[in-house]
Design a protein around this ligand. Structure first.
Ligand SMILES: Cc1cc2nc3c(=O)[nH]c(=O)nc-3n(C[C@H](O)[C@H](O)[C@H](O)COP(=O)(O)OP(=O)(O)OC[C@H]3O[C@@H](n4cnc5c(N)ncnc54)[C@H](O)[C@@H]3O)c2cc1C
Ligand code: FES
Length: 321
């Protein structure tokens, strides 16, 4: 079971056009569960929705979580609802932080590529590397200046030690999209590369890193929205080892859909393979991985799977549930 924490919205501040930051604290002002840079938590909204948001403050701050949320113009409810209703003084339930995007703290040099709201986990990582006195640089793209979150604080870091912060406004006059292949090709092989942003940017980043032969373990990405279609072909059996129940997954449904239809108490949040909340151990069988959370080596080992989006390549899957 995920631990749920009740927090108080201490303040809401505007970070950039369409982006506000929510500062969350325990109502008694006490310490919160620890987190590491790159972690996110789930906000359990009063409309029943659950949405994941990266923590963008320093992991050294033990008594607060800060999330910066973009009001998604295509929102079916989550970010729009938060922007419209969640205000200072409100209480809200959040999950414990989880980290699917951990920072390699002892890398010789870390290169960050951020696009739009994808800056949030990366800004926490930059603060961490600053605290540790480590070497980093960032290539951050926003459409226009007004939509660029944390710009002043990043500019202050650049002022302290020039050459580290490169901000690109690709939709301002004369602006263009960063050539990620050209950027990566100039970097030494042992740097660690991190990217978070829109899916098109993440795909270009992953493709360039792969084509340029970058060691896989040095390439780190976090998707905020699904990169692949969920497996809904069905036609296989799922056995839940601990409860002894088994279900045939019908066409049109994911494993998670089927379990929820049968009132099985399964953990989940995003339902699109990006948050890692629904991960379960695979005891037998071969999953058809469709998530954006597991690293390629983890997928190849078939030891765990995300049941909200992944299916089966074998006729039967035995899960540790
Ligand atoms: C680990 C993690 C960390 C994240 N961190 C942040 C963060 O720090 N800040 C932040 O702002 N967001 C973050 N997100 C994204 C966030 O969780 C939400 O996905 C985002 O706020 C959009 O939610 P929504 O409910 O407003 O939009 P949704 O209604 O969930 O829509 C999301 C997207 O789905 C598409 N869509 C909308 N309607 C439809 C439809 N009918 N059919 C198909 N597609 C549709 C659109 O492209 C839309 O942009 C993070 C996500 C993850 C997984
Ligand atoms: S519920 Fe988010 S990865 Fe499955």
């Amino acid at each position: 079971m995920t631990l749920m924490i009740e927090v108080l919205v201490k303040s809401v501040t505007n970070e950039a056009e369409g982006i506000n930051a929510w500062e969350l604290r325990r109502p008694d002002g006490g310490e919160l569960p620890l987190f590491t840079a790159g972690a996110h938590l789930d906000l359990h909204l009063s409309n029943g929705m659950v949405r994941s948001y990266s923590l963008c403050n320093s992991q050294r701050e033990l008594d607060r979580y800060v999330v910066a949320i973009n009001r998604d113009p295509q929102s079916r409810g989550g970010s729009k609802f938060i922007h419209d209703t969640l205000k200072a003084g409100d209480k809200i339930k959040v999950s414990e932080p989880r980290n699917n995007f951990p920072l390699v703290e002892d890398a010789r040099h870390v290169v960050f590529v951020a696009g739009g709201i994808g800056i949030t986990p990366i800004y926490a990582m930059i603060q961490r590397l600053e605290e540790l006195g480590r070497s980093w640089e960032i290539h951050y793209s926003a459409r226009v200046r007004a939509m660029c979150a944390f710009r002043e604080r990043l500019n202050a870091l650049e002022h302290q030690k020039p050459g580290r912060v490169h901000i690109n406004f690709d939709q301002e006059p004369g602006g263009k999209v960063t050539d990620l292949r050209a950027l990566i090709s100039k970097l030494p092989e042992d740097v660690h590369l991190y990217c978070c942003g829109p899916n098109a940017m993440l795909r270009a980043f992953e493709d360039s890193a792969r084509e340029l032969g970058r060691p896989r373990e040095n390439v780190h990405v976090e998707y905020f929205v699904a990169a692949e279609e969920a497996a809904v072909e069905g036609g296989f059996t799922v056995v839940l080892q601990r409860s002894g129940k088994s279900f045939v997954i019908p066409p049109g449904k994911t494993i998670l859909d089927t379990l929820l239809d049968h009132n099985v108490d399964a953990r989940y949040s995003c339902m699109q393979g990006v948050c890692g909340n629904c991960e379960v151990k695979v005891l037998d069988g071969i999953p058809d991985h469709r998530d954006s959370v597991l690293m390629p080596a983890e997928k190849a080992s078939n030891k765990t799977m995300m049941i909200c989006c992944s299916g089966a390549k074998s006729a039967k899957l035995v899960l540790d549930m």
